[in-house]
Design a protein around this ligand. Sequence first.
Ligand code: XIL
Length: 340
Amino acid sequence: QTLNGPGNERYKELTAELFNTAVFENTLKWQPLAGDWGGGWTVDVASKGVDWLHQHDIQVRGHVLVWPSWRNLPRSAKTLEKEPAKLRAAVNAHVSELALAMRGKLAHWDVLNEPFDNHDLMDLFGDDVMLEWFKGARAADPNVKLFINDYAILSGGAGDTPHRDHYEKTIKFLIDKGAPLDGIGMQGHFGGALTGPEDLLKVLDRFAKFGKQIWITEYDVDIDDEAIAGQFTRDFYTTLFSHPAVGGILMWGFWDGAHWHRNAPLYRKDWSLKPAGEAYRELVLKTWRSNEQAKTDAAGNYKTRAFLGKYAIKVTAGGKTKTVEVELGVGSAPVVVKLE
Ligand code: XIL
């Protein structure tokens, strides 16, 4: 989304209403930052975007430090093809410099993107080179969670595929070699072959065995039938939300007016809501938000179950009222509110 494009205000308003994690589609990629896409792509623009998102309580994923194929590396990298030592150093310098420039601002970094079919750098230097990128990112920003990311892991129906087998092998390799890998990204772009809930759970279990958080990093569903896309989005979010290893789901855009396939999950170009948008709003804004009113017992205690997240608790007694803001996390302590 351009900073001043038409629809920008509505886009920002909905971003703040609908999401608590965001990612820039292109701004932190190496090619645009290197100037290959023309002017205007800078770390400064990204930082301003992050500041705006933080002001709206939205954390940010960084995408992406290394996308290791010639077609996704900057032209300046390709010119070093015959000088491998320089090329290797240039990639490592990019990782360190960008991670340092964004230090403290990001919740996640996709360190490595799409290794299944983007492996020119691994072909040149061997698979160990991937460790250097993870270690470099960790050294530059010790608190950001470091991810690997790939596509065709959740899409395409059930069973083993070369893409899934390769992802499993690569993750195991990184862990065995001591890479500081915190999370597993599954893009989640769907075209024709929609994967049903049972098969999604099987894939998730297969990757959950590594004991890392799984994030769906780029969800969208590019089919013409809006009703089916809506049902699929409902089932997809419900299934993913139910799995203990899944930390979150990001959409790769939500509006047809700013989407790489002009077919975004939630809103048509005229801002009317698609069936998937209705399903998303129902689940995320209603079903998965706890909202209740109750009386305490005589001792002033009240116990309930609620979805994780941020809450305002308003307590009234003896003509006095107090509201406290709390974050409910896994294993949070009881909340004590004193009316004085
Ligand atoms: C895409 C962007 O959406 C396009 O605007 C850009 O021209 C090319 O890249 N997997 C990824 C993303 O990891 O970075 C890709 O984004 C979509 C597929």
